[in-house]
Design a protein around this ligand. Sequence first.
Ligand code: ZN
Length: 192
Amino acid sequence: MPFVKNGDVVAPGDPLCVIEEYAPGPGTYEDDGIVRASIPGTVRIDTVNYVIEVRGPSAEKKVLSPKEVVYGEVVSMRNELAQLKVARSFDEVFRARAFSAVLHISQAGKPVDSLYDVVRPGDVVKAKVLSSPPYQLSLKGPRLGVILAYCSNCGHPLYKVGNQLQCPYCGRVEDRLISPDYILKAKHQPKK
Ligand SMILES: [Zn+2]
C-alpha cells in the first residue's frame, strides 16, 4: 500500500510509496527504494501506467490545451457525436472536476458509418484534445482509443482477447477502436 492517496497534499521529502508499487514521476525522486516528493504539491497516482507524481500548484491548470492527451468517459452518444467527461488522469475522470468534451465521427480514428463501431456509452477512452473550450477530441493517433469497455449484454468489464474484446461472464464478443493501453488483458481465453 502506498503511504499516500490521490489528492493528498505533501511536502518535499515526504515518503509516497515503495519503488515496487509505482514508478517515480515528475515532482518525485527515489531514495533507497522509497519514492519521495521533491516539491510541495498534490499527489497524483496513475493506476494505468503505475506512476506516482506530485503536482505543484502551477501544474494544476484549469483548462486543457490542444494536443494534450486525456482520459474520458463516454457519457452519452448518437451515431455521429459522443459527449464525454475528460480529465488528465484516469482517476480524475470519475470526479466532479472533469471537463466536458465531444467526439465527432470524423475524428473516430478509422472510417466508420457509426461512432458505435468505435466507442459505446460507459467506455473509457484515451483521446487527444483538438481545440480549446468547447473541447473537441480526436482518437486519431498512436495509442489512442478505448482503454476500458463494458459488455452491452451484461455490463461486465470486457477483456482484450487478440484484437477483440470479450466478456468473461457471458462470452459476448464486441468491437471497438482498442488502444494498445487497454487495461484488462486476458492471459488465457476466458471460459464461456
Ligand atoms: Zn457479458
